[in-house]
Design a binder for this molecule. Structure first.
Ligand code: URA
Length: 282
């Protein structure tokens, strides 16, 4: 295979799970412009012979996602695929290499306008290789849904790509060490540079400190716009905190942060969305 077709194959392997995810969440085939379909058809006729299978696409005169450049992929799919291989093979922290089941690269749309950044994989994420799928992840998925996004439309990643190891005989999770975060941060930085989100949401103090590289108090920054290399950064509470503090007022704080995010992204906000958690919040 030439390197061009290897790149294309890699890009296709990245794109197909996303299209399948969209198909599942939308309960219909994802849409693509006629031009994109014609371009794909020229390169990959077999994709179109499989109409009715998981590969089927339908045509629309609209651009399916305003974030996908009209001229198609800007090269990021192949670059992200190469980055993913490097991240999955990372051996920079010997202690984490020894304890991890696998590296958790991140998941979602390579063209996402919205990127959520968490702390580090927990036990379930380490086992399955996907971020935010445990209890806190299920709450995050609900928040994403309430924002009228699906997990496939946005991107979710962590500051630390490996589950922090625990001392022998101890269970549970520990916070990543500053040295581990500093070692791992270049991976997230490259993901952000390639995905080019319009907004980043940092979930919890560790994510904010990891991204900004300085000590911070959540009380000072939650709900206020910060800046990460020119990208607006919204710090909010980690969903695990909300699971521990199930008061309407704390839920409302996170929701207000998400309303600010939706406004920044110029997404329509319904009256129902505006009033979530308002009734008894104090
Ligand atoms: N908590 C995080 O910060 N990240 C995950 O992926 C899961 C739980």
């Amino acid at each position: 295979m030439s390197s061009e077709s290897e790149d294309f194959q890699a890009a296709l392997e990245t794109a197909l799970p996303i299209l399948r995810g969209m198909k599942k969440s939308l309960r219909r085939s994802p849409k693509a412009t006629q031009t994109s379909l014609q371009r794909l058809q020229a390169i990959l006729p077999s994709t179109f012979e499989k109409t009715g299978t998981e590969h089927s696409l339908t045509q629309t005169p609209e651009i399916a996602s305003p974030r996908i450049p009209v001229n198609g992929d800007d090269g990021r799919l192949a670059k992200l695929e190469r980055l993913k291989k490097d991240i999955l093979g990372c051996t920079r922290c010997p202690n984490l290499v020894a304890s991890r089941t696998q590296v958790v690269y991140g998941i979602g749309n390579p063209f996402a306008e919205l990127l959520f950044v968490g702390e580090a994989p927990g036990e379930e994420e380490d086992l399955k290789g996907e971020p935010f799928i445990g209890k806190a992840g299920q709450l995050l998925t609900k928040i994403i849904g309430a924002m009228e996004y699906s997990r496939e439309e946005i991107f979710i990643a962590n500051v630390l790509k490996c589950r922090p190891d625990m001392p022998a005989g101890e269970s549970g999770n520990r916070k990543p060490k500053p040295s581990e975060m500093a070692t791992c941060l270049p991976w997230l930085k490259q993901q952000i540079e390639l995905i080019k989100p319009k907004v980043i949401v940092a979930l919890g103090l560790t994510a904010v400190e990891g991204l900004l590289g300085e000590p911070i108090t959540m009380r000072d920054v939650r709900g206020k716009w910060l800046d990460y290399s020119g990208v607006p950064l919204m710090p909010t509470y980690h969903p695990a905190y909300l699971l521990r503090n199930q008061t309407l007022s704390e839920k409302r704080k996170v929701w207000e942060d998400m309303l600010l995010v939706l406004e920044k992204l110029e997404r329509p906000i319904s009256e129902k969305q505006r009033s979530y958690f308002l009734e008894k919040a104090s």
